[in-house]
Design a binder for this molecule. Structure first.
Ligand code: PMP
Length: 445
């Protein structure tokens, strides 16, 4: 029934693509696995009936308790008990789950106002706006900032939510090569007639959009160089800190903290609470003028449900712990940060020593391990699951077809035993699938 019928295209029309038909269909059991319980350092997966090709969720009844290297639970705050969970429970009893209106209607709850102030303080800006979904934070706020007659210059590997926001905005979009500052400058020179006064530029505004940590590559942006370019060419800079906030920098304040860049050098700092804070939603932080403008004009603020108060409780309690402001748990946040940094470096170093081809900058909590051959993607994932480990495998369209990879997400909640167990298993799988490159070559690098 997927073929063309009645002279118009079928509703589900993507099925003919080579990728979907030949590859994705065969490896879909590696994705979208049914889980129960908290996706913390370990997670329960329900075993599916093999050949459940229609994705109908038929289970064998077996629960697999696996080591979770698949969630973005960087600081280990995704939990169902402990100080944050207590605050969430209290907030739920006091406020329920929903306010049943956008902030522009019934109003902004006290907790929302307080958490927005806290986010601004944490990030180092004047003000912040919280949005109930991370994806929509990008998709709906970029169009509020730029539109027709404006230019967006975007890193080629930017997340889909940034691409959606750019397309929705109606601005002209140009793409620069991933993390290539020279290429970005070339695009800027090309876009701005040199020597013209700023008022004579052909664009109303120019917005350069990058990420604080590229989650498919584990790479940091060249922030100090891009900030230099911002001074030279006078564009606005938008940084998506979904993966870097809470995870990078000595104080966990993200990519600016990591590079020692003043956050006020970035015009728009966006981030999500889904990763390091074990919560949900996103934020935009920046000058008071910017945030006041977004509060009035952003569709995410005017037309979408305000953030649920129990979720705000998770955000504010975990953030307070990271900032060391929770007296009872004063050291815990800092310990989580240090543990994440130690775990990430340990994993990356040991994988490289074993001869795996890994990507990413030192200290990145996401460690991609390259598989190259698409056939090895499901094999790696299934071998891991057989050994009670969950990993994320990624390939086209999130990466190019020949650079498919496993993404290992490190958390502060992983113990050294967890990591050593995973390394031992990866080593065996690496031999089985011939993924190890000659150790001498790695040593020379
Ligand atoms: N930006 C980036 C860079 C992301 O990786 C993601 C999701 N992983 C988002 C935005 C969307 O955030 P959320 O999942 O919280 O909706």
């Amino acid at each position: 029934q997927l073929r063309e019928q009645n002279g118009y295209a079928p509703m589900v029309s993507d099925f003919e693509s080579l990728w979907t038909r030949r590859l994705y269909g065969r490896i879909r059991d590696c994705f979208n696995r049914p889980i129960t319980g908290v996706a913390g350092g370990r997670v329960n997966l329900l075993e599916r009936v093999s050949k459940d090709f229609n994705n109908t969720f038929q289970f064998t009844g077996r629960v697999l308790n696996v080591l979770n290297l698949a969630s973005y639970n960087y600081l280990g705050f995704a939990q169902s008990e402990g100080p944050c969970a207590d605050k969430v429970e209290e907030a739920m009893h006091a406020n329920g789950i929903t306010q049943g209106s956008s902030r522009a209607e019934v109003g902004r709850s006290r907790q929302l106002a307080d958490t927005e102030d806290m986010v601004a303080r944490f990030v180092g800006t004047e003000a912040a706006l919280i949005v109930s979904m991370g994806y929509a934070t990008n998709a709906l706020n970029i169009p509020t900032l730029v539109g027709k007659g404006c230019l967006i210059i975007s890193d080629e590997l930017n997340h889909n939510s940034l691409v959606s926001g750019a397309r929705l905005s109606g601005a002209t979009i140009r793409v620069f090569k991933h993390n290539d500052v020279r290429n970005l400058e070339k695009q800027l020179r090309f876009s701005i007639a040199q020597g013209q006064p700023r008022t004579h530029r052909p664009w109303k505004k120019i917005l350069v959009v990058i990420e604080g940590l590229y989650s498919m590559e584990g790479q940091f942006p060249k922030l100090p160089e891009i900030v230099e370019l911002r001074r030279k060419y006078g564009f606005y800079l938008f940084v998506d800190e979904a993966h870097s906030i809470g995870a990078l920098g000595k104080r966990g304040r993200g990519v600016c903290d990591h590079f020692g860049v003043d956050p006020r050098e970035v015009d728009v700092l966006m981030g999500t609470f889904t990763k390091s804070f074990g919560a949900a939603g996103g934020y935009i932080a920046g000058s008071r003028a910017l945030i006041n403008y977004l509060r009035l004009h952003s569709h995410s603020a005017v037309y979408a449900e305000a953030m649920s108060v129990p979720v705000l409780a998770q955000i504010s309690s975990s953030m307070r712990m990271i900032m060391g402001e929770d007296r009872e748990h004063a050291l815990e946040g800092q310990q989580h940060l240090e543990q994440l940094a130690v775990n990430s470096r340990y994993m990356a170093r040991r994988l490289a020593e074993m001869g795996f081809m890994t990507m990413g900058d030192p200290g990145s909590p996401v460690i991609p391990l390259l598989l190259f051959n698409p056939a090895k993607i499901p094999a790696f994932s299934r071998e891991c699951l057989r050994r009670n480990i969950a990993v994320v495998v990624v390939s086209y369209p999130a990466t190019s077809i020949i650079t498919g990879r496993v993404r290992i997400c490190i958390s502060a909640s992983h113990t050294r035993e967890d990591l050593d167990y995973a390394l031992e298993q990866f080593s065996e799988i690496g031999d089985l699938l011939m993924l190890k490159f000659h150790k001498d070559k790695v040593a020379q690098k």
